[in-house]
Ligand binder design. Structure first.
Ligand code: PLP
Length: 389
């Protein structure tokens, strides 16, 4: 697999990259290397290249090679959570006095990390609508004495309003200003969108979501082709220790193998649900980048293969009606998180995005968000119809 890996298609890479049969036993599936330390040939000798499992573990390495291959990056690092990956990326790049441009509907946890933690260490931020390139340009602080805007943080599609940002255009702005463009690719996944190919400097993932895909493990990843930056991330991860264990790495790798087929089904089901909601009398607005009238549709069609499994909508009858629908669905489980095989519904204003209340990132209080799973579409539609009736 290693020699001409780039020639293989997405699904082949997801199943084989970094996952040669175990050299000793021939085991087809990468073993769970449940060990904290590795015996050495002698002082300073290298038996396997592994020494201590915070620094490296073979199950984790297999996961990292597979993620790098599907995301089209030279290097990938796996983390204990998406937030650990985000925190490592930002702390490796920024110093006191630096500035970050953050989308005005950023993932709530990313906003909280900046607003409540990194600002205490002297890092500043501004939130902007990333689809407004003039606003992004205006928010960028030029470098002075080495301090200024170091990161443009991008999420596309955004959570929970499914806004779209133009990755290539943002990469150009970042390149001109000396900032790094970081794309949180959790919602799109590398199957639908490859930010590094569009000019992004690094990609961050919550592998908890679609990459793991089965709602049974929490994890994160950073992917980049910039070797020097990768070394800094690796140093910080090893120093601070936010590593995933071998079993979590194995679960995530197991999930990644089926990402291609799962994403096709997530998209199929989401499209059916979007069509049904758009035609439903009770529904006021449907947010989905696949809709021709979505303001980001053209950009999404340019940079995404399909439009994903996340759908948000509002109701004519307002907040209480939205809460009632969330209480009445049976297959759509009322839960935070997303990207698993099972369908979920949630009320962002009081659940995932409660921490943004009163901030510029506040979301509409009558909004519902669906993570459309891979069940039978007709069952999902029936469930939504009964909840809306
Ligand atoms: C869930 C999520 C995160 C955080 O990841 P964890 O694995 O929960 O730490 C970051 N970004 C996005 C877009 C997410 O959905």
């Amino acid at each position: 697999m290693a020699t001409n890996q780039a020639a293989y298609g997405f699904a082949t890479k997801a199943i084989h990259a970094g996952q040669e049969p175990d050299p000793r036993t021939g085991a087809v599936i990468t073993p769970i290397y449940a060990t904290s330390t590795f015996a050495q040939d002698g002082v300073g000798g290298k038996r396997s290249g592994y020494e201590y499992a915070r620094t490296g573990n073979p199950t984790r390495t297999a996961l990292e090679e597979a993620i790098a291959a599907v995301e089209g990056g030279r290097h990938a690092l796996a983390f204990s959570s998406g937030m650990a990956a985000t925190d490592t990326a930002l702390r490796a790049i920024c110093r006191p006095g630096d500035h970050i441009v953050l989308p005005n509907d950023a993932y709530g946890g990313t906003f909280r990390l900046l607003d409540k933690v990194l600002t205490e260490w002297g890092v500043h931020y501004d939130t902007v609508d990333l689809s407004d390139l003039d606003a992004v340009r205006a928010a960028i602080r030029p470098l002075e004495d080495g301090r200024g805007t170091k990161v443009i943080w991008c999420e596309t599609p955004t959570n929970p309003l499914l806004g779209i940002a133009d990755i290539s255009a943002l990469a150009e702005l970042a390149g001109q200003s000396g900032a790094k463009l970081v794309v949180d690719n959790t919602f799109a996944t590398p199957y639908l969108q490859n930010p590094l190919e569009l000019g992004a400097d690094l990609v961050v993932h919550s592998t908890t979501k679609y990459l793991g895909g089965h709602s049974d493990v929490v994890g994160g990843a950073i992917v980049t082709s910039l070797s020097e930056l990768h070394e800094r991330f690796d140093f910080l991860r090893n120093t601070a220790g936010a590593v995933p264990g071998p079993f979590d790495s194995w679960l995530t790798l197991r999930g990644l193998k089926t990402l291609a087929v799962r994403m096709e089904r997530h998209c199929d089901n989401a499209e059916r649900i979007v069509a049904a909601l758009s035609a439903h009398d009770a529904v006021r607005e449907v947010y989905y980048p696949g809709l021709a009238e979505h303001p980001g549709h053209e950009v999404a069609a340019k940079q995404m293969r399909r439009f994903g499994g996340m759908v948000s909508f509002t109701l004519h009858a307002g907040q209480q009606a939205a809460l009632d629908v969330a209480a009445k669905t049976k297959l759509f489980l009322l839960a935070e998180s997303l990207g698993g095989i099972e369908s979920l519904i949630e009320h962002p204003g009081q659940m995932t995005h409660a921490s943004t209340s009163g901030s510029p990132l506040q979301v509409p209080d009558d909004l519902l968000r669906l993570s459309v799973g891979i069940e039978d579409a007709t069952d999902l539609l029936d469930d939504l119809y009964q909840a809306l009736s």
